[in-house]
Design a protein around this ligand. Structure first.
Ligand SMILES: NC(=O)c1ccc[n+]([C@@H]2O[C@H](COP(=O)([O-])OP(=O)(O)OC[C@H]3O[C@@H](n4cnc5c(N)ncnc54)[C@H](OP(=O)(O)O)[C@@H]3O)[C@@H](O)[C@H]2O)c1
Length: 255
């Protein structure tokens, strides 16, 4: 038996037209899952789904546009996923936002609410919308937090707070829905070379400087997260729930 086999499973991913979400979708599809990838931009989703289908040699990827901050849009995503692929077995709540760089004392109410709404509340909505699919038969949901959850920052403080709240959400959902067979885990990446974090790493000399301070001597790449999604989505992790898995080349170790 292949512990990582996802044949016949349906996975729904937010924030998956590019970056880590795309690579996680590709990994899940390569292990047999049908994947529904989502973001706000249909053109990019169509191109990403076509790439996944080409890689797996079949039509197992579908792109459905949705903005996670609007509850109706998220519900429409879940409904359309049911139409094109059936009941959902795996959720990857990967989309997140950071509308503000600066001290927490300087953030506007609007930016604060946007951060908390997108990074925390939308994931609760998604979990509540999909949980009925999984009750009784089991399922796995994973949400992308950040190592920013574990440290104070004078530029990313509210973002870090929102990602810590997301871990709290995961922990509570794991406790509440564990008896129904649904697992919840958080993924905490370090600095990964995506558009989202470009402001942090794409400056002369910065990548070299950060890399020297990381035990594995490099920044993260989006495809570093594919194996983790497959692990968390499959029976390989069937006794794991309520955890926050830190994937950062060793830049943030347990202490
Ligand atoms: N990169 C890092 O260093 C890092 C570190 C720790 C945690 N993270 C977290 O990792 C997650 C993914 O980021 P990434 O680095 O892989 O970024 P990315 O490559 O820039 O991809 C972000 C994805 O999210 C989508 N998206 C953005 N806002 C959205 C919204 N409101 N509704 C639906 N989709 C939305 C984007 O597409 P559209 O713009 O077309 O919607 C895109 O598909 C985020 O939760 C982020 O907080 C990133």
């Amino acid at each position: 038996m292949n512990l990582f086999d996802l044949t016949g499973k349906v996975a729904l991913l937010t924030g998956a037209s590019k970056g880590m979400g795309y690579e996680m979708a590709l990994g899940l599809a390569k292990h047999g899952a049908t994947v529904v990838i989502s973001s706000r931009t249909q053109d990019e989703l169509d191109a990403a789904a076509a790439q996944i289908n080409e890689a797996v040699g079949g039509k197992r990827a579908h792109g459905i546009a949705s903005n996670i901050v609007h509850k109706d849009s998220l519900q429409a995503l879940v409904d359309k996923t049911h139409e094109v692929a059936g009941p959902i077995d795996i959720v990857v709540g990967n989309a997140g936002v950071n509308p503000y760089y600066g001290p927490i004392t300087g953030i506007s109410d609007e930016a604060y609410e946007r951060t908390m709404n997108a990074n925390v509340q939308s994931n609760l909505w998604l979990a509540k919308m999909v949980a009925p699919d999984m009750e009784g038969k089991g399922g796995s949901m994973m949400f992308t937090s950040s190592i920013g959850a574990f440290r104070a920052s004078d530029t990313l403080g509210t973002y870090g707070m929102s990602k810590l709240a997301l871990i709290g959400l995961v922990r509570n959902l794991a406790a509440e829905l564990g008896p129904k067979g649904i697992r919840f885990n958080a993924i905490c990446p370090g600095l990964v070379k995506t558009d989202f974090a470009r402001e942090l790493w794409d400056k002369p000399g910065v990548e070299e400087k950060y890399s020297k301070a990381i035990p594995l001597q490099r920044l993260g790449e989006p495809d570093d997260f594919a194996g983790l999604a497959v692990f968390l989505g499959s029976d390989a992790s069937k006794y794991m729930t309520g955890q926050a898995l830190t994937v950062c080349g060793g830049s943030s170790m347990w202490s």
